[in-house]
Design a protein around this ligand. Structure first.
Ligand code: ZN
Length: 303
């Protein structure tokens, strides 16, 4: 009897021990799970966040490239261009100490030294594909550009970086086929909205240059956005990065191709992000005399 009771007590003790052990095990597992959720989850979360940031960045860049067709090759208003047809070089140079003749001589000299860099591509001047400069990869193969401007472009971006300014090149060389594709995509989109073929085309060419007339085909044009502002719009000029670029680009052979006050001449609205390589000699000349490439060609009597 006594033995049986002892045996029962031992059995009860064992069961209690077993229960205690199970609780302990569950407690440890819970602690471990909590640890997993708190630390590993957090780490995973931040990884995901980084990935998101990456994809947002990539998307913005791609988006800007697409947007570019709309803004970039914007032909503001034909009326605007016609109004000022007579705004001649005389007006532009009237405050200079040089005569128009002297300026013409200088321009001619610079042109002869830098012909291949001074290609004029605009609404009235189709890009001659046989004049295509040799291309090379830039931005780790993401984009292509004319090899001839690579060194100055790199130096400019590196000097800017030393001053604390960084950029995102949204677009550089664009092939004629790509331009055509983008136009066709836009036409298709308009057709889907119910426009006739003619309407759709008309609408697209209000904002885009036809294939063959975009300066990006030369590989000498770059859309350079401030890394603090990925919007391809007028807000670019409010950034310190863009101010630096506008002020210093001519020292590296670049000009702001579509300035604010010259929309009537370029026939393209102000684009604070679009920089064109013309070589240092020409860039400094154009900047010093405040001339667009269109005015430069007028000086050459090549228009
Ligand atoms: Zn551009």
């Amino acid at each position: 009897m006594e033995q049986k009771r002892n045996h029962q007590r031992t059995a009860k003790r064992r069961r209690r021990q077993q229960i205690r052990r199970r609780f302990l095990l569950m407690f440890i597992i819970s602690l471990f799970m909590a640890f997993l959720i708190l630390f590993v989850g957090d780490a995973l979360g931040s990884l995901t966040k980084e990935n998101n940031a990456d994809s947002i960045y990539a998307f913005s860049a791609e988006e800007s490239q697409d947007m570019e067709i709309g803004n970039e090759d914007d032909v503001p208003d034909i009326a605007l261009a016609d109004n000022n047809e007579e705004r001649s070089l005389q007006d532009t140079v009237k405050n200079l100490n040089l005569s128009v003749e002297e300026l013409k001589e200088k321009a001619q000299e610079i042109y002869q030294n830098n012909k291949e860099l001074l290609l004029l591509v605009n609404k009235d001047h189709e890009f001659d594909l046989s004049a295509q400069p040799k291309l090379r990869n830039i931005c780790y193969g993401r984009l292509e550009a004319a090899d001839i401007c690579y060194k100055d472009l790199s130096t400019m971006l590196s000097d800017a970086s030393d001053e604390g300014y960084t950029y995102w090149i949204a677009s550089a060389y664009r092939s004629r086929e790509r331009q055509q594709e983008l136009i066709e995509e836009d036409v298709k989109e308009n057709r889907n909205k119910g426009m006739s073929k003619d309407q759709a085309l008309e609408e697209v060419f209000k904002e885009s240059m036809p294939a063959g007339y975009s300066e990006h085909e030369t590989g000498l044009a770059f859309d350079i956005l401030a890394s603090s502002n990925m919007n391809m719009d007028a807000t670019q000029e409010t950034t310190e990065e863009n101010k630096w670029m506008q002020e210093n680009c001519s020292n590296y052979g670049f000009v702001l191709r579509y300035p604010k006050e010259k929309e009537d001449l370029t026939k393209i609205s102000y684009e604070p992000w679009h920089f064109r390589y013309v070589g240092i000699e020409a860039a400094q000349f154009l900047t010093e005399y405040d001339l667009t490439l269109e005015e430069f060609y007028e000086l050459l009597d090549l228009e």
